[in-house]
Design a protein around this ligand. Structure first.
Ligand code: FES
Length: 310
């Protein structure tokens, strides 16, 4: 895994740190639209952060919100990370599908703006019609506000400034979005859930592509099960309060992972037999109904046995 040096840290909005990383060796810092990077932190955590187009060549840029309920990632990056520190990074990856629609409508809330910037860049470069909703507590304290305003698509931004009583009316905003448009959204869970419910109600959920930072109500427990790993020939018993990932690790079977919340897709593993009780938000409806893939960090089984390609 490549290493990168922290070469820039700045507070770009209250509680938001902009961090730039220079890879140790010359690797491409291009990244797919909506892409993210996994950072392996010295405290043992692996966390994913969306990439923002960086004005300095050969550097990666992320922006990290200090979360009040931090599980250790944002807290570390805000209180312990310093210039010159080295972090292990993954190659850039994305969970967003390419934009294939005549119009791209973006719904960003707070720090959720970060993955949508490069997607909007791409949509504009493809000649698509763009609409960019940006919900902020206060425009004067919004991350990247000036950068966005100077983009070629800056004129499409509709700012919803809560401090001025201009909260976004999602239902009204969606009423003018055609069913052919692709909708990309990122923000707090409640905001994304509201969007999903509105699109469910009009029967067009498939036009929505979301990125979640965390699953607030994620339940990973359930009935115990047995997991057979065909490649290694190991059978693993998974306890009621244990994730499949934890049980695999306990048995010496390494599976790459990052978010541990079913969001990033890093731990997705092929299923050879069994029915999956999906708890992730990464897999598509088609992938879920096929029962051929599982996010082992959080999902369980509807059957009492799974056979995995591990
Ligand atoms: S580690 Fe992110 S989906 Fe499992």
């Amino acid at each position: 895994m490549p290493k990168a040096t922290v070469v820039h840290i700045a507070e770009i909005a209250p509680g938001i740190r902009q961090i730039r990383l220079q890879p140790e060796v010359a690797i491409s810092t291009d990244f797919p639209p909506g892409g993210h990077l996994d950072l392996s932190l010295p405290n043992g955590l692996v966390r994913s952060y969306s990439l923002v187009p960086c004005q300095t060549p050969q550097q990666f840029e992320i922006a990290v919100l200090r979360e009040s309920a931090s599980r250790g990632g944002s807290e570390y990056l805000h209180t312990q990370l310093g210039l010159g520190d080295q972090l292990t990074i993954s190659a850039p990856k994305t969970t967003f599908r390419p934009i294939q629609a005549p119009t791209a409508v973006f719904f960003a809330a707070g720090i959720g703006v970060t993955p949508l910037i490069s997607l909007a860049d791409q949509a504009w470069a493809q000649g698509l019609s763009v609409v960019f909703h940006y919900s902020v507590r206060a425009q004067s304290q919004a991350a990247y506000f000036d950068d966005l305003a100077s983009k070629p698509w800056g004129g499409t931004i509709l700012v919803h400034d809560a401090s001025r009583g201009q909260r976004l009316d999602l239902a009204q905003a969606l009423s003018s979005v055609s069913p052919e448009a692709a909708i990309y959204a990122c923000g707090p869970a409640r905001y994304l859930t509201a969007l999903e419910q509105l699109l469910d109600a009009r029967g067009s959920r498939e036009q929505l592509f979301v990125e979640r930072f965390r699953q607030e109500d994620l339940q990973t427990g359930g009935a115990g099960l047995v997991v057979d790993c065909v490649q290694s020939g190991v059978t693993v018993e998974v306890g009621e309060d244990e994730t499949i990932l934890a049980a695999l690790e306990r048995s010496g079977i390494d599976v790459p992972y990052a978010c541990e919340e079913g969001i990033c897709g890093t731990c997705v593993t092929a299923v050879l037999e069994g029915q999956v009780d999906h708890r992730d938000t990464f897999l598509t409806p088609e992938e879920r109904s096929s029962h051929r893939l599982i996010a082992v960090c959080c999902s369980r089984a509807l059957s009492n046995r799974l056979v995995l390609d591990l």
